[in-house]
Design a protein around this ligand. Sequence first.
Ligand code: ADP
Length: 363
Amino acid sequence: MASLSLQQIGKTYGAQTAVEALDLDIADREFTVLVGPSGCGKSTTLRMIAGLENISSGRLFIDGKDVTQAPPQERDIAMVFQSYALYPHMTAYMNMAFGLMKTTRLDKREIDVRVREAASILHIEDLLLRKPNELSGGQRQRVAIGRALVRKPKVFLFDEPLSNLDAKLRNHMRAELKRLHAELGLTVVYVTHDQVEAMTLGTRIAVMAAGRLQQFDTPMTVYRRPANTFVASFIGAPEMNLLRCRHSRAAEGVVIDGASFTITLDGFTPPPAGIEILLGIRPEELFLAPENTLPDGQLMARATVGRVELLGADALAEVNLGHHRLVARVSAEQLPHPGQQVALGIDTRRARLFDPVSGYAHP
Ligand code: ADP
């Protein structure tokens, strides 16, 4: 296994910049997820790591070795594609063995050992003689992963590998990938546009937008301390509530004035008083109560419930607080009804503040 270092990596297609000055240091055995909306440069980044795309600027190191110009076969990397890219006329066994026969000097017996070992890890021992059209989507995906495993590469690259599977199978394969990573100690770079996949799989998540890295950190930090409003909105469903407020300083901290409510936050270094600020609150950090019965210091104001969407164990309630419209995650046991007057509380310990112009979080 190996470490990976992207230093100021950029990619341009003519006048268009697909990836700009990307810095990523990935440690041995890390599971790094590149996540972001379509067109943000995730696949281009992955293809530059694989050597399938020239790097326009910057340098790429694998295990400390500069491979910026190295052809794919010299990088010791294996890639699993969304489309699986299996040979239709070959059995699952041959799909896994073929690359080793062509590109290594391993003898037939050793190749056989590797294929059977990978098949056992992936639970596809019984399917080795089938051709791709005799396999389900999930089974094909396993063969494609097996083909990468038998090569024992330094780094595994995955490009949206689960997006062709139905929801149930996707959850299952996600758990399988997590198990493989933990059991085999793989170094993985994984591309997805799905923030749930990113949160559940990544040891660290690199959030990208418009070719630029927005934040690179653990899933919990990205969720709890988003670096900017883009990350705050992209990670988490429903997205973080962002309320435009004024603020001032007081001995107890920053006083946030939202016209229809006032709260005091400590632990922030805000910009000069008077300038507008965005108050960020996750839906689960809001509390509803029918009467003014909220715990000490958590009452914001009276609010009116709008649309309510039942999800199962919990529900999403739209809440109108003065001119602000928020979404709160509430228990299905205490479902509010549209039009109901409630007391709205907020867990201020997790609140975030952002600059409305630059979008950056205030420390
Ligand atoms: P993602 O994987 O995040 O959806 P991509 O890396 O595929 O995004 O693309 C990033 C940007 O680069 C997009 O704007 C896309 O249109 C552009 N792009 C990708 N490949 C090419 C290409 N071969 N020629 C021109 N532009 C490209």
